[in-house]
Design a protein around this ligand. Structure first.
Ligand SMILES: Cc1cc2nc3c(=O)[nH]c(=O)nc-3n(C[C@H](O)[C@H](O)[C@H](O)COP(=O)(O)O)c2cc1C
Length: 135
């Protein structure tokens, strides 16, 4: 399996309805592909984690790349993994808090340099604790 994190910029005018449309697609398409993950949005930015079988994740990423609801997608972290972070959820969604947006910008600032695994894990644990808190 692989885990991929990319960041992109939302197209102007993207609203809650557009995000719900994305989540509907993810709920329908991701389970048969074995893809799970997290979509974070806020401040005009998307950050998405896709995890699952390598081919499925890469193909889904290529599919998402051409979506007009965002642009300037760049992969900021990719790794092979044996375990999922998001086990039973086709695509969790969270609106980023301002502090989290700063974290995301920091990861983005690494550019072509590999981001340290612990920076990724730190960010994830913040998001993960918030997902768990959702009733
Ligand atoms: C930020 C973003 C994240 C997306 N994530 C997913 C996803 O996880 N799974 C998915 O199937 N489509 C996702 N999409 C939508 C796809 O680009 C595409 O619209 C969708 O797969 C079309 O499938 P459908 O016609 O069956 O709904 C995403 C789009 C955006 C803009």
């Amino acid at each position: 399996m692989i885990r991929l994190l990319y960041i992109s910029e939302a197209t102007d005018g993207i609203d809650e309805e557009a995000i719900n449309g994305v989540l509907k697609s993810a709920e329908k398409n991701n389970p048969p592909l074995g893809i799970t993950g997290l979509l974070v949005f806020g401040g005009g930015v998307f950050a998405q984690i896709l995890e699952g079988p390598e081919q499925a994740v890469l193909q889904k990423y290529v599919n998402i790349l051409s979506d007009k609801r965002h642009h300037n997608c760049r992969i900021v972290y990719i790794t092979t993994t044996r375990e999922r972070i998001f086990k039973n959820i086709s695509m969790a969604a969270l609106e980023a808090l301002p502090m989290e947006l700063e974290h995301i910008a920091e990861l983005d600032a690494h550019g072509k340099d590999a981001i340290p695994a612990d920076a990724f894990t730190d960010l994830m644990s913040v998001f993960f604790s918030r997902i768990q808190a959702v009733p």
